[in-house]
Ligand binder design. Structure first.
Ligand code: KG4
Ligand code: ZN
Length: 325
């Protein structure tokens, strides 16, 4: 029997709603997003209070657009899902309570989703379980490798996230925010003239702040296209080494590459060929509502945390969150 699931993510600067139809595979009926990019640009980043107000202004508009695109009415929706954390708490509360209320009013179950759960759920072949042993999440908020069964963190960042690194270097070059895709474009015109650096070799932790300092220094004397190339090469070398250490530690062979930075084609194309990878559709790498609806479909399979009205949070690990369901 088919089910229709609606999911929302308002944890950062995108107000997004996705609607999916689940049979034994997943069909995306609507993927609508309002990006606050132009508002964030004025401030060089996201201001939490302003972001929350824009989510509040936009969410109902986005819902109407999504229903129209999916060609359904509220009565057709079987399950409501939302990111309940982690993220900027003002925005999280708006999206989550919007969906909780709609679920209550329409007498349908609400499924609370962890933002990371959403990211890792979209790197599959439309099946309703994870295809890989591990997941790497490289986004604006996170850089970590987790075990797909226990959700334990195997490798975490000691400082910045990979996305923050791209955004901060981009800002130094006056690129629009978020800078990742613009850095990727500039790097296409760059060369490998600057030797990549090794960061924390042998240690099971990500660290991107040293690379940021190095890039800032290089920008004073080198072509920005070459610095962008150097940045991507150093990032992918760093990721490859941490994947290798995580594979060795856990005896794994396969990993999903998820989160906004996973949209980067240079990174995708230069991963260590010894391992098996799954990638989301690049459209589903950055924050979106579809990934939240798909994570809810996985939960329905596992019969876990359905109709659970737990409170929103700004930070909680995925493993700890799962224990609360
Ligand atoms: O997953 P996401 O949408 O938001 C968080 O959950 O944080 O990731 C956003 C991050 C931003 O830092 C953005 O610059 C980066 O993903 N990003 C990229 C690319 N597309 C987005 N970084 C590198 N290359 C890209 N093509
Ligand atoms: Zn995200």
């Amino acid at each position: 029997m088919s089910k229709i699931i609606i999911g929302t993510d308002t944890s950062f600067d995108d107000t997004s709603i996705g609607i999916i139809k689940v049979t034994d595979s997943v069909e995306v009926l609507a993927d609508v997003r309002f990006t606050q990019m132009t508002d964030s640009l004025k401030f060089g980043g996201v201001v939490p209070e302003i972001a929350a107000r824009i989510h509040l202004d936009q969410i109902e508009i986005i819902l109407k657009k999504a229903l129209k695109l999916a060609n359904i009415t509220m009565a057709d929706i079987d399950y409501y899902a939302a990111t309940v954390g982690p993220g900027l708490i003002g925005g999280v509360i708006i999206g989550s309570n919007f969906m909780k209320t709609l679920a209550k009013v329409n007498h349908k179950p609400f499924i609370p989703i962890h933002h990371i759960e959403g990211h890792i759920s979209v790197a599959n072949d439309s099946k309703l379980n994870l295809d890989t042993d591990l997941s790497l999440i490289i986004s604006g908020g996170h850089s970590m490798i987790i075990n797909n069964k226990t959700y334990q963190i195997i490798c975490n960042t000691a400082d910045d996230s990979a996305g923050e690194l791209f955004d901060k270097i981009g800002r130094m070059m006056d690129l629009p925010f978020p800078a990742g895709p613009h850095v990727e474009k500039l790097a296409l015109q760059g060369t490998n003239s600057i030797k990549p650096i090794k960061i924390t070799p042998g240690e099971l932790k990500f660290s991107f702040s040293g690379l940021k300092t190095k890039c800032l220094d290089l920008l004073k004397k080198e072509k920005k296209e070459d610095v962008c190339y150097f940045l991507q090469q150093s990032v992918v070398d760093h990721i490859n080494e941490k994947i290798k250490l995580s594979m060795e530690k856990t005896g794994s062979q396969s990993i999903s590459i998820c989160g906004g930075v996973a949209a980067n084609q240079f990174i995708r194309n230069n991963l260590d060929p010894r391992y098996n990878y799954k990638f989301p559709d690049p459209k589903l790498c950055t924050d979106n509502g579809v990934m939240i609806a798909i994570a809810a479909a996985f939960r329905l399979e596992k019969k876990l945390g359905i109709d659970s009205y737990i409170e929103e949070f700004s930070y909680q690990s995925l493993a700890d969150f799962m224990k609360t369901l």
